[in-house]
Design a protein around this ligand. Sequence first.
Ligand code: 5GP
Ligand code: ZN
Length: 114
Amino acid sequence: MENCIFCKIIKGEIPCSKVYEDDKVLAFNDINPEAPVHVLIVPKTHVRSIMDLNEDGYLLISHVFKVASKLAKDLNIDEKGFRVVNNIGENGGQTVPHIHFHLLGGRLLQWPPG
Ligand code: 5GP
Ligand code: ZN
């Protein structure tokens, strides 16, 4: 997708601080971290949000959670707990229109969010 910042990162046209990659997802550190661990797990296929997924897309999201659990262990946030967040649309606070999941941890996270 042209002009999509996450597609450009996935293609290597814009640099990122890569944490994990496989054939389906790329995970990298958020440029503006909200917690000591703030990783974005981004499916490599350009889809705006969960509202646009097909059946393969739902399987892909299952894979995202598998990667989130692996990264939580690798980054040592699994024991104290962490959060996986998916913002959708304007009211949901989505600023990049390419589906992604925030993996946040390393501090006590407030609930409910603002
Ligand atoms: P959203 O608000 O859409 O759920 O999250 C988008 C996230 O992407 C934000 O936390 C923002 O800091 C991050 N972000 C936006 N542009 C870039 C970028 O070019 N590189 C990286 N690493 N993160 C970005
Ligand atoms: Zn994209």
